[in-house]
Design a binder for this molecule. Structure first.
Ligand code: FAD
Ligand code: EPU
Length: 338
């Protein structure tokens, strides 16, 4: 396949914030075999950025390098013993992959239904929702090393997955292009209804023994109720991570704010609900110029239509300042800022 590089392309439809910026050069990768030739042509010795669905990025200015958009497709699976191994190409839409599993009655990813974005991005921040994380089902991925021009394989243990983090966001940031991911699901999957909102919705629907499909439908419903649809309201989901703090610090905070929402991680760490803290600072539903904080979920920053990436970034800094002043907690952005 030949490499067609386009110049001066608008990225407005390539990021879910809907920010109008331009990149100098742009290429769609429909087949991973294009990558070694791009390497030989010297494109990885200059500035480049790998883009999936653009649902976790904020462009604050034009991009002066090459944007590589992953759109290779294909899903296959085989069953061995008690396990199903499913390989999906990086450019597959994550939710299409989830529904491939649901249709085959393969359990394990249904709690992550309707997360926007691509399969290739799923390991980058170890996506997670409603009681399941990618690391629970990730077996391996194939990745192209942009420093050597070789393909390599990462197994689960190689990826240093933690909450909203992996080796691809830290030590190897920007180095590897993930070309496919293999997930390992159990044939005798146990349905996970540990997340309170799932149970409440199942009860409402009168479902006592939910199927894999029930969970995917319920989770999709909860998400639609709570989160803005990026096809009509520009956003990138949670703008911040939920902070993980030492239990000792938390104990002091809880004395001042007895209602603070938290989850125990281990005996020394607690995760705080950043959305609750942002709401407590008065930001939920607030409008700041062309930017608004989502009315149903204070972790989500939205573009009212004409916001620039810098305006959104500025609003996020104001939120971070207010949360720090009130709670002494430094929020960290989840969204990748460019
Ligand atoms: P992009 O935004 O295109 O890229 C994100 C990062 O991954 C960038 O650093 C990019 O360089 C890198 N990247 C992308 N593809 C590749 C590749 N093939 N190889 C190497 N690097 C790559 N996230 C959650 O975890 N849980 C949620 O519940 C959730 N809900 C969301 C709800 C909404 C409404 C929105 C808009 C976003 C939500 N997100 C959530 C965030 C987002 O869906 C995930 O981060 C998703 O994995 C991003 O996928 P993407 O393809 O759009 O990645
Ligand atoms: N809360 C508030 N006010 C708010 C938002 C939340 O008080 O404005 C409270 C809720 O009432 C609840 C708690 O905070 O008690 C947690 O809220 P929610 O269940 O909505 O989850 P979250 O912690 O805000 C995380 C993820 C989401 C993921 C959901 C469901 C992060 C940063 N965010 O949100 O992921 O979908 O849990 O599992 O971990 C994303 O990463 O983009 C994302 C949307």
């Amino acid at each position: 396949m030949t490499n067609t590089i386009q110049q001066h392309i608008s990225l407005k439809t390539y990021n879910t914030f809907g920010i109008e910026v331009f990149c100098k050069d742009f290429i769609k990768i429909a087949d991973e075999s294009q990558l070694p030739s791009l390497f030989k042509e010297g494109h990885f010795s200059r500035k480049f950025f790998v883009l999936g669905g653009g649902s976790n990025v904020l462009f604050t200015k034009d991009y002066t390098g090459l944007v590589i958009q992953m759109s290779n497709k294909g899903i296959t699976h085989f069953i061995e013993g008690n396990f199903i191994y499913i390989t999906a190409k990086a450019g597959e839409v994550w939710n299409d992959f989830v529904w491939y599993c649901v249709e085959h009655n393969f359990g394990g990813v249904e709690n992550m239904a309707l997360i926007p974005g691509t399969v290739g991005a799923s390991p980058i921040q170890n996506i997670g929702a409603y009681g399941t994380e990618l690391m629970d089902v990730f077996y391996s991925c194939q990745a192209f090393d942009t420093t050597t021009g070789e393909f390599t394989t990462f197994r689960n243990n190689d990826c240093e997955f933690t909450y909203r983090d992996s080796i691809f966001k830290s030590k190897y940031k920007g180095r590897f292009i993930i070309t496919s991911v293999t997930y390992k699901l159990h044939l005798h999957h146990k349905i996970n209804t540990s997340y309170g909102a799932i149970n409440m919705e199942l009860q409402k629907r009168g479902i006592s023994s939910p199927t894999i499909r029930d969970i995917a439908e319920v989770v999709s419903h909860i998400r639609v109720e709570k989160l803005p649809d990026p096809s009509t309201i520009g956003n990138a989901g949670s703008f911040f991570k939920n902070p993980i703090i030492p239990t000792k610090v938390f104990d002091k905070l809880q004395k001042i704010y007895p209602d603070i929402i938290f989850y125990t991680i281990d005996e020394n760490h607690v995760k705080l609900a950043a959305g609750w803290m942002i709401e407590s600072c008065g930001w939920k539903g607030k409008i700041d110029g062309n930017v608004a904080i989502w009315k149903n979920q204070a972790l989500v920053i939205t573009n009212l239509g004409n916001a620039s990436g810098s305006e959104i970034h500025l609003t996020s800094s104001k939120i971070m300042n207010d949360v720090y002043k009130k709670f002494g907690i430094k929020l960290e952005r989840e969204v990748n800022i460019l």
